[in-house]
Design a protein around this ligand. Sequence first.
Ligand code: TRP
Length: 85
Amino acid sequence: MADSPVMGEYFVILALENGVQVIGLTRGPETKFHHAEKLDRGEVMIAQFTDHTSAIKVRGKAVLYTKHGVVRTDDLGSGGPTAGR
Ligand code: TRP
């Protein structure tokens, strides 16, 4: 993490349907689910990568805004991960 977890990178998730899950995966030698946040349609979560969270997994229809660009989970094929930049 950039010195302190508070300085960790942020990402934004906009749920496009009810029941979207944002699953946090642990940092370190054991990769485990540690939290599943449920979002309903129109709800937005803004979160960070931290000392505890090195990865996330998103289930359901959502738009993810990251420093790598914008990704729609239902955009399979047309344009790939840079679509929407
Ligand atoms: N307690 C978690 C942490 O500090 C909270 C959290 C941060 C989280 N980012 C997340 C949970 C992303 C799920 C997904 O790491």
